[in-house]
Structure formats: structure tokens, C-alpha cells
Design a protein around this ligand. Structure first.
Ligand code: ZN
Length: 75
């Protein structure tokens, strides 16, 4: 399935097992108010190793920026 292929991550650096993408709620503490957004990470399905690569880093940075912009608009 196309969806499955897209969520398939890079190989684990520890055991070279397959990884899947996970989403975690993160909290931004910036201008006085708490802002929540979803951050992604790769999770190895064999050994449970979790990491973030450049692609996800960019994605997470974008999500954080979007959340911050939304919060500013709301206040
Ligand atoms: Zn692993």
C-alpha cells in the first residue's frame, strides 16, 4: 500500500531493523502561553530505538512554527 510505504522509515542505526513514523505531542513554551503541536520521530519496530533525521527535523520545525503562528493569531 502506498500509505504504508510512505510511513516506512530509514533503517535503524542500532540493529538495521525497519522503522515506522510516530507522532508525539510536544509543547512550546514561548510567549507566556503553552502551545502544543505534533512532532514526528522514527521508531524501530525491532529494538525500540527512536530518532529524528533531517527530514523529520524540518517537518517538526515547520509544525512548531505553524503552532506558534496560530497561537499568536489567537491571542
Ligand atoms: Zn533497532
Amino acid at each position: 500500500m502506498a500509505d504504508e510505504a510512505r510511513s516506512q522509515g530509514p533503517r535503524c542505526a542500532r540493529c538495521s531493523g525497519p522503522s515506522v513514523r510516530e507522532a508525539r505531542t510536544r509543547e512550546l513554551t514561548g510567549s507566556g502561553q503553552k502551545v502544543f503541536y505534533l512532532a514526528y520521530l522514527w521508531s524501530c519496530s525491532i529494538c525500540g530505538n527512536k530518532w529524528v533525521d533531517d527530514g523529520l527535523e524540518r517537518l517538526n520545525a515547520g509544525a512548531a512554527q505553524g503552532a506558534r503562528a496560530l497561537a499568536q493569531r489567537a491571542s
